[in-house]
Design a protein. Structure first.
Length: 65
C-alpha cells in the first residue's frame, strides 16, 4: 500500500536518514521516498497508515497530513 504524508521539521539530509531508518525499522521491506522541498514522505509498505505516522512522529517529526 502506498501512503503519502506531509511532514514538518525535515530540514536536512540527516532528517531524511532518520525518518527513513525509523520506517525501515518498522518494515524492512518498505520503500521510502522523501521530498524535503515538498515536505512529503512517500512510503510503500503493508503497515497501516497509523503505524507509519506514529513511527515518523516517534522519530521526532510532525505529521500534518
Amino acid at each position: 500500500m502506498n501512503q503519502i504524508f506531509t511532514v514538518e521539521g525535515m530540514t536536512c539530509g540527516h532528517c531524511e536518514k532518520a525518518v527513513t531508518k525509523a520506517l525501515l525499522a518498522l518494515d524492512v521491506q518498505a520503500k521510502v521516498v522523501i521530498d524535503r522541498a515538498q515536505n512529503t514522505v512517500q512510503v510503500e509498505s503493508e503497515e497501516t497508515r497509523a503505524a507509519l505516522s506514529k513511527t515518523i512522529a516517534d522519530a521526532g517529526y510532525r505529521v500534518v497530513a
